[in-house]
Design a protein. Sequence first.
Length: 119
Amino acid sequence: MIFLFVLALVVVGPKRLPGLARQMGKFMAEFKRASNEFKHQLESEMLNIELEEQAKKPAPRPEDEPQVLPPEETWQASIMKAQGVVSRGTSADVSEVDAGSHAAPVVEPSPAKSASTDA
């Protein structure tokens, strides 16, 4: 950079160097503005092409769409009913089973209310 500055100082002269520097600054600003505008035009054209391609694709069929699972409480209850694990009149606590195992969930009945007799 220093070498270029000294060369420009010798070739142009000290009186004309500030004016030349201003002109170079204006030129660089204009060049940067034009390159940014060109870049934005390319990006907008690419976006338009992508949107046109998506519009040309046929709408997905219902069987191609991913299935959404119901909330955890719903499917746990239906699995327990399918396996025949139903509480019989009392509330039951179901211990969690590892999702990778194929063992049936363990059902632990809640403690029965003890009948106390008042004398």
